[in-house]
Structures are given as C-alpha cells and as structure tokens.
Ligand binder design. Structure first.
Ligand SMILES: [Zn+2]
Length: 119
C-alpha cells in the first residue's frame, strides 16, 4: 500500500479512536448522575436497564477500540490492508468503509460460515 494511502487510514483510525474516547467520557458522566439520583422503584428499574445498555455499548466500543489499535499497529508494521489469513490485499473501498477489517471477503465468509456451524 502507498504511504499516502497508509496515512489516510491512519488519520481515519485516529479520528474514530478519538470519537470513541470522547463518547466513553460522556458515558462516565452519565453513570455518575444516575447513581447519585434517588428515585422510586420504577425509576430504579429504568436506570438499571439503561446502565446495562450503557455497559453493553461500552463493551462494543472497547472491542472496536482494540481493533483500531491493532489496525494502527499493523500500519506501523507494514502489514495493514492484508488479509490475516491468506495475506491477500484487502479491497481498498472495503477498507475505507471499515478500516478495522482484518480478513478478505472470502476468508470472512468462511469464518462466518464456521461460526454459524458452531453457534
Ligand atoms: Zn483472506
């Protein structure tokens, strides 16, 4: 991949990373507000529900953050944009839509069909 392209993906990944970290901050503030509020049972149930939703979202964001860090590491190593399984270059348009992608379409499909079998 060209240096220019790598720089483009690096910027893209860093921007996504910053967005997630910003959101993580607002999550924290929200949970502090919730835990200090003393409501009746109904309110409590609602806040518990939103808390578990927040945690689930956070979990997904954390996973995405790890993928972003891995992709950034691959940019440094020079293996970014290659399939982790067959080492074929990934489609650039697919990478633009999803810079954290680590498998080419055929390996991805293979993986998904395996996951379906074991699900
Ligand atoms: Zn592949």
């Amino acid at each position: 991949m060209k240096t220019q392209e790598l720089q483009f993906f690096k910027d893209l990944l860093l921007t996504q990373r910053a967005e997630i970290l910003n959101k993580a901050d607002s999550f924290k503030t929200e949970s502090v507000v919730e835990s200090t509020g003393q409501g009746d049972e109904g309110d409590l149930a609602v806040s518990e529900l939103s808390l578990s939703l927040t945690l689930r979202l956070q979990e997904r964001q954390t996973q995405l953050l790890q993928k972003i860090d891995r992709a950034l590491g691959k940019i440094e190593e020079g293996s970014f944009g290659l399939c982790e399984q067959c080492e074929e270059p990934l489609n650039i348009n697919r990478l633009k839509a999803r810079p954290v992608a680590s498998l080419c379409i055929s390996c991805k499909e293979e993986q998904e069909s395996r996951e379906r079998v074991f699900a």
